[in-house]
Design a protein around this ligand. Structure first.
Ligand SMILES: NC(=O)c1ccc[n+]([C@@H]2O[C@H](COP(=O)([O-])OP(=O)(O)OC[C@H]3O[C@@H](n4cnc5c(N)ncnc54)[C@H](OP(=O)(O)O)[C@@H]3O)[C@@H](O)[C@H]2O)c1
Length: 337
């Protein structure tokens, strides 16, 4: 039996609430510290979710020697700085998606994990969902024939509000890094790195991207057709179109969900949702503790290469679509590799 780990959340926002609820499901996780830029907010959060300590600054929290693992739950624009703060204080890090604002930042984060010999993983929870893994197993088994086309979407209506994170380009606002990253992840994990990328994007009054359609083309003719948007609701499905049938990860495909498989000849089967309790964040948290039990600083399941490949593709998508973050992207073109 592994040890019990003291978890801290860095940033007491929306996702930190859901994650903390799921952390309670794990017997080897202790909800130890809540850290906010505001002490009262941290205290309220700690009281509500059962954390032992509350800190009014992120710096004070990382100075606590009892903290083992930090869940970085701030806007994407701050992932690099907050991850570096934790790693340089030898805290294992589970950092929310998008891992960083661009590939360069992601590379710095990985380099800092190596320098400090300290664990780092992107909190890409889909990678740990039983339904997503079952779908990947079926697709990769070849029972539906060769995968030729991936169609994936994630959109919801978030009315324009320039004060909100989703529309603030200095916080990485725009649908792509917030939710479009999921369809891009679906393509990366099934078809790999695309040869060609074409996009169309629509922008809001703040200059943030509101809707984006993306097409990837691969060297053997495979395609991915990906969409994200804050302008309308989508079915939130991912479909894998193969030579002998198709598989659909039903709504909301990136969370614990059910699967529909259609095979040529007309037969259809369904695999029900395998989630027993929680939102589905417990799987990534359990995996982090397993990696630490095994003395690892990198997860083989959600590897640094996967996070770097994802950021690299997102940079290429942004360059094609003209999506720039002025505070972070000074040299996006020249830094592209
Ligand atoms: N995996 C998922 O399902 C999922 C779902 C939603 C979001 N996310 C990701 O999680 C991250 C946070 O999203 P969220 O929806 O939780 O955001 P949010 O509710 O706006 O919370 C972000 C928190 O970050 C902290 N923060 C630090 N510097 C900030 C700044 N300059 N401006 C605003 N907040 C700042 C704040 O915490 P304090 O005030 O306590 O310091 C704030 O409450 C994003 O990267 C997002 O992509 C993931």
């Amino acid at each position: 039996m592994g040890k019990t780990y003291n978890w801290a959340v860095l940033g007491c926002g929306h996702i930190a609430e859901k994650f903390s609820t799921d952390l309670k499901l794990l017997r080897n996780a202790k909800l130890y510290a809540a850290a906010s830029r505001n002490l009262q907010k941290a205290q309220n959060f700690a009281a509500e979710y059962g954390f032992e300590m509350a800190y009014g600054s992120y710096e004070e929290m990382v100075a606590d020697p009892k903290v083992d693992i930090v869940y970085v739950a701030t806007p994407h624009s701050h992932h690099r700085n907050h991850t570096l703060l934790c790693l340089n204080n030898k805290k294992a890090v589970l950092c929310e998606k998008a891992f960083a604002m661009n590939q360069k930042e992601a590379e710095e984060m990985v380099a800092t994990a190596k320098e400090n010999n300290t664990f780092l993983m992107e909190a890409f929870w889909t990678m740990f969902q039983p339904s997503f893994n079952k779908a990947m197993e079926i697709i990769k088994s070849g029972e539906l024939g060769k995968l030729k086309i991936v169609r994936s979407d994630f959109a919801f209506h978030a009315p324009f509000d320039k004060t909100k994170r989703l529309y603030n380009i200095n916080l990485g606002g725009g649908s792509l890094l917030d939710i479009g990253i999921y369809p891009v992840f679906a393509a990366l994990t099934s078809l790999g790195i695309p040869e060609t990328i074409k996009t169309f994007a629509n922008f809001s009054e703040t200059g943030s991207e509101e809707s984006i359609s993306i097409i990837f083309k691969y060297k053997d003719g495979e395609m991915a057709n990906l969409t994200s948007s804050f302008a309308a609701y989508s079915p939130v499905q991912t479909e894998y179109w193969c030579e002998k049938g198709h598989l659909t990860l039903n709504a909301r495909w990136f969370t614990p969900t059910d699967i529909t498989i259609w095979k040529e000849g007309g037969s259809e089967t369904k695999i029900p949702n395998m989630l027993k309790n929680g939102w589905g964040y417990q799987f990534e948290a359990a995996h982090v503790m397993q990696c630490l039990d095994e003395g690892k600083i990198e997860s083989e399941k959600m590897s640094w290469k996967t996070s770097l490949d994802l950021m690299k593709i997102l940079d290429r998508v942004r360059i094609d679509a003209g999506i720039f973050f002025p505070k972070h992207d000074k040299n996006l073109f020249s830094e592209m590799k």
